[in-house]
Design a protein around this ligand. Sequence first.
Ligand code: 1HN
Length: 347
Amino acid sequence: MEDVELAKLEDLPTEYVKDLTAHNLVPLWPSLRGVLPQTRPRPLTQATAWAYGDIRPLLIKAGELTPIEKAERRVLVLANPGHGLQKMQASAAIYLGMQLLLPGELAPPHRHTPNAVRMIVEGEGAYTTVQGEKCPMSRGDLILTPTGLWHEHGHDGDQPVIWLDVLDLPMVYYMEASYHVNGTHQEPQPGHSEAQYSGAGVIPTPFFTRADKAYPVLRFAWSDVKEALNHLANDAANVECVQVTYINALNGQDVENILGYYALMLRPGQTLRLPARSPACVFHVIEGGFELKTDDKVFTLNEADTACVPGYGAVVLKNLNATQPCYVFMTDESPLHRKLGVYENWG
Ligand code: 1HN
């Protein structure tokens, strides 16, 4: 259908518009095209890249300027200019931040409604205690702090530790459902969920009953995930997209409700075209480097760099190294889009 021009607000008599306003009424037709664009959405999200080399010195400086007691969480937010920096969003549903914890510091315990994950970027010796489970942090590890679970961060090492926080905060905030509760320090309990639930394909079943746990595994070690990718690449030479999804070991679904988390291997020299899908997507380089091409931009991403791309456009990734694989951590809005019934794959 031809896209006819609709009447504008200025076409209406000023007195009439004033009357509408006084009664909390608004005419739809001047805004109809804005809320329902022709043929495809017009995302505010812009393809944006953040170089770790730019972030790191500014984050270390934040460590000198602001004590942890004042900051609570010492984070620089990776904000998408398309949404306005003050909105603190990478996309419609994704929040990204780089967090610094210095040796001996404690980030106090709390829980909140937004779901979070941490992708560890640099340093050793820090940990997050999630609901009483102490999760050590090493480069490339993924640690979950799902909605409502208590968590606090500590650091027993001697060098700065930096990680990437990914939250569904923009979505939960938009829903007017975002809040936090402060807690008290929890002594970690012995044991690690990842050892009980992953690896051998068995799960705990005391008295034949499957423990009803919403979040059975809280930490995904990079060494395990990397090994899975390497096996996949070696065993299935014909598989073009060497990708794994972080899943809930009890139900096979995504580990969290709103955002999806994945790891991808680009084979040496590989060029991989990702289909145009409705969810926005984030890329973070764990090892290696690649070129990221969207409809209108090209970025070179090296180790620890991060980028965000809007939905509805194809993306082409090219491993810049002809002899080494490149490993990428990805986040997207797929679980949310599928649950809302708006997920689309345009190929
Ligand atoms: C939060 O709780 C953490 O626990 C990090 O480390 C970043 C950003 C917004 C809201 C809560 C954390 C956060 C956050």
